[in-house]
Design a protein around this ligand. Structure first.
Ligand code: KIV
Ligand code: NA
Length: 264
C-alpha cells in the first residue's frame, strides 16, 4: 500500500473525519503505530527531552534528528512521516529553511516538515511550498519560544486570540497543509478550525480540532509529570519497572535463564 498524503488529509477534512497523530523517534515504535493504522507520525523536536534528556527543545540539532527521522521512515510503511525543524534551523531565512528541509527529505526520507510560528515565518512557508515541500505549521504554545513566553502556558487568551486567528489564516494562505494548535482555549481552536479549509491538529486545544497529536511517551505513561492535556492510556513506566525488577531478581536468584532459554 501507498503512504498517506496531504491530499488524503485534505479529503478527511472535507468528510469531517478526525484523525490521530503521534510522535515517533525510532523504527520499532514507528512499526507498532504504523500497523495500528496511525496515519501521520511526527519526529518531534520533543526528542530533545524524551530521547536526549534535555529540559527544553532548544538544544536539539538537525544532526540529532536526522537519524531518528530515517529510522521512523524505515520502520513504517503507510504513515506520512513529518520532520520537525529544530530551533534556529529555519528562522534566519527562507533559504535556510529550504536547506534544512532538503536535508530531512534527502538524508532521512521525510515526507513533510513542521515549523513553529505564524506570520513571522510566512516567507519560509512560501519558499518551502514553492519548492514542493509540504509544510505543517505550529502556533499557540510554540516551545522553541519558551524563553519569550516565560514558561509553558496557555496562549491565545483574550486579545491574542485574534492574533492567533490571523496567523492561522495567513499560514493557510501561504500554503501550509495543516496547522498544529498547542495549548489554546478550546473555543478559539474550534473557531480557527471552522475558519480554515486545511486541517487543524490540536494538542491541549480541546475536542474541536480536525486531528489530535500527542507525544507517545506521554500517552503511554512513560513521562514523569505530563501536562494537563495528556491522557495516559497505559502505565509504561510502571510496567517497565515491574518487568526489569523481575528480570533482575531472576538473574540474581538463578531462575533466568531456564533450560528453554539455553542451547543444548
Ligand atoms: O515536538 C513535538 O512533539 C511537537 C508536537 C507535540 C506537536 O511539536
Ligand atoms: Na515540536
Amino acid at each position: 500500500g501507498r503512504r498517506v498524503t496531504v491530499r488524503d488529509l485534505a479529503a478527511a477534512k472535507e468528510r469531517h473525519e478526525r484523525w490521530p497523530m503521534v510522535t515517533a523517534y525510532d523504527a520499532m515504535t514507528a512499526r507498532v503505530f504504523d500497523e495500528a493504522g496511525i496515519p501521520v507520525m511526527l519526529v518531534g523536536d520533543s526528542a530533545a527531552m524524551v530521547v536526549y534528556g534535555y529540559d527544553s527543545t532548544l538544544p536539539v540539532t538537525v544532526d540529532d534528528l536526522i537519524p531518528l527521522t530515517a529510522a521512523v521512515v524505515r520502520g513504517s510503511k503507510r504513515a506520512m512521516v513529518i520532520a520537525d525543524l529544530p530551533f534556529a534551523s529555519y528562522q534566519a531565512s527562507p533559504q535556510q529553511a529550504l536547506e534544512t528541509a532538503a536535508r530531512f527529505m534527502k538524508e532521512a526520507g521525510a515526507h513533510a516538515v513542521k515549523l513553529e510560528g505564524g506570520r513571522r515565518v510566512l516567507s519560509q512557508v512560501e519558499m518551502l511550498v514553492s519548492a514542493g515541500v509540504p509544510v505543517m505549521a505550529h502556533i499557540g504554545l510554540t516551545p522553541q519560544s519558551v524563553n519569550v513566553f516565560g514558561g509553558y502556558r496557555v496562549q491565545g487568551r483574550g486579545q491574542s486570540g485574534d492574533e492567533l486567528m490571523a496567523d492561522a489564516k495567513a499560514l493557510e494562505h501561504a500554503g501550509a497543509f495543516g496547522v498544529v494548535l498547542e495549548c489554546v482555549p478550546a473555543d478559539l481552536a474550534e473557531r480557527v478550525t471552522a475558519s480554515l479549509s486545511v486541517p487543524t491538529i490540536g494538542i491541549g486545544a480541546g475536542a474541536g480540532t480536525d486531528a489530535q497529536v500527542l507525544v507517545w511517551q506521554d500517552l503511554m505513561g512513560l513521562t514523569p509529570r505530563p501536562a494537563k492535556f495528556v491522557k495516559k492510556y497505559f502505565d509504561l513506566a510502571g510496567e517497565m519497572d515491574r518487568a526489569v525488577r523481575a528480570y533482575a531478581d531472576e538473574v540474581v536468584s538463578g531462575v533466568f535463564p531456564a533450560p528453554e532459554h539455553s542451547y543444548h
